[in-house]
Design a binder for this molecule. Structure first.
Ligand code: XMP
Length: 326
């Protein structure tokens, strides 16, 4: 449509004006905003852009691959991947308190991102180039409220706080600053980004780390990823993606209950489904998903995910509940 086309051309032209022939860096979180911002800058200045993806191992099934393979294929962007799964796992070992987990994930993310930045700066310096700009996927509502956002919020708050050493000061490029989420999705689709990325639900920066109630371990992450993938696949198959704002799937790792499966007793963990309807995540209501869909999700998760013997539905609005459990 002509409006999206105009936004795209206008932004590409602005980005070219701002960046000139300098080098620019952009963090990808796996979310929509950073992906669309990066794709716009790539369209405007091509190879002058390097994207950084810190893989903290806390994303959902398939998401890291969608960034590393599908996003790169769709845009041709230069991508620097920092494989930091082990770093995050060891930093989170033995930690169950939600705020402590959030702080650790935020801190490690900043450190990992800075290390990646330094590597890219050094590489550019070796070629006699300097990185002058940093892209951020700030949306209009972020500008107004300076809250919310997706995974990129980690990068956002970090760089906005200005806690960077002198040699890492960048000028910001914010190509989504005038746009709302639906416009960002439209621009992303126009730029040829995969639907899995453009249509993605909001997902918290700390990722699955705050969807495991209890200590975060590799085994628990793998288990939760499986359960989450089943729940998402069934929601999509039922054609209800657009009817829910987001559907966190939560593992109660510190809770066990007795069950029976085959002819044996089980003592496993519950999985919580948290489908919500919302306009802006400030308030939310629990989604009245069809019972047969809930039954399919429950059957599949208890049959296919080892260690889970119960699926429960969260029927709390926000307030008093929050959307995420931690
Ligand atoms: P709550 O749980 O506060 O979540 O009702 C509101 C919305 O924010 C998302 N969320 C986050 N997003 N970094 C983010 O970028 C975070 O640390 C974070 N925590 C929660 C949540 O998924 C929901 O959309």
């Amino acid at each position: 449509n002509w409006t999206t086309g105009n936004i795209l051309e206008e932004q590409v032209e602005r980005i070219r004006q701002q960046i000139g022939d300098s080098k620019v860096i952009c963090g990808l979180s796996g979310g929509v905003d950073s992906a669309v911002a990066a794709a716009l800058v790539q369209r405007a200045v091509g190879d002058q852009l390097t994207c950084v993806f810190v893989d903290h191992g806390l994303l959902r099934e398939g998401e890291a691959e969608q960034v590393e393979r599908d996003f790169v294929a769709a845009t041709g962007v230069n991508l620097y991947v920092a494989n930091e799964q082990e770093r995050f796992q060891s930093a989170l070992a033995g930690v169950s308190d939600p705020e402590t987990k959030r702080k650790i994930i935020g801190r490690e993310f900043i450190r990992a991102f800075e290390e990646a930045e330094r590597a890219i700066i050094a590489q550019a310096a070796a070629e006699g180039e300097k990185i002058k700009f940093l892209v951020q996927g700030t949306l209009y509502p972020d500008v107004v409220e300076s809250g919310g956002g997706e995974g990129a919020a980690n990068i956002k708050s970090h760089h906005n706080v200005g806690g960077l050493p002198e040699d890492l000061q960048f000028e910001l490029v914010e190509p989504l600053r005038a746009l709302f989420k639906d416009e960002v999705r439209a621009v992303g689709a126009q730029l040829g980004l995969p639907q899995e990325i453009v249509g993605r639900q909001p997902f918290p920066g700390p990722g699955l780390g705050i969807r495991i109630v209890g200590e975060v371990t590799k085994e628990r992450l793998d288990l939760l990823r499986k359960a989450d993938a089943i729940a998402r696949a069934e929601l999509t198959a039922a054609g209800l993606d657009n009817d829910v704002w987001q559907m966190p799937v939560v593992l109660l790792a510190d809770v066990r209950s007795v069950g029976v499966q085959g002819d044996g007793r089980t003592y496993g963990h519950p999985i919580v489904l948290r489908p919500v309807s919302s306009e802006d995540a400030m308030t939310a209501d629990w989604s009245r998903l069809p019972y047969d869909l809930l039954a399919r999700i429950s059957n599949r998760i208890t049959n296919e995910v080892d260690g889970v013997n119960r699926v429960v539905l969260d029927v709390t609005s926000k307030p008093p509940g929050t959307i995420e459990w931690e």
